[in-house]
Ligand binder design. Structure first.
Ligand code: FES
Length: 107
């Protein structure tokens, strides 16, 4: 079982155990609203997360992520939640671009 901490949602902690799921799926299975405009197909960047800690516990960049990284749309500390899978604890935050109007963020 590994832990996802979402820093700017009150340091909310999720414990997850199906490590073949993407981070977005973990968030959704825990009833957390997270923007994902293209439906998790790797065709937008709205599902972006900022990785504060645990980047080494995330899979290699996918083809879709590499495309956005090379275009400057994905920074070194950012990943797409619909592309990322994890094998250890991570601490993340919602970037300003992904904040939803009905949620309260702590930054
Ligand atoms: S939801 Fe569009 S890239 Fe992840």
């Amino acid at each position: 079982m590994v832990k996802i901490v979402i820093e700017n949602l009150g340091r909310k902690e999720l414990l997850v155990n199906n490590l073949s799921n993407t981070v977005l799926t973990h968030l959704q299975e825990n009833f957390l609203d997270w923007m994902h405009a293209c439906g998790a197909k790797g065709r937008c960047t709205t599902c972006k997360m900022v990785v504060i800690d645990g980047m080494e516990n995330i899979n290699e960049l996918t083809k879709a992520e590499l495309k956005y990284k090379n275009a400057g749309a994905l920074l070194h500390n950012e990943r797409l939640t619909c592309q990322a899978t994890i094998n250890g604890d991570i601490t993340i935050k919602v970037p300003d671009s992904g904040k939803l109007p009905h949620l309260t963020y702590s930054d």
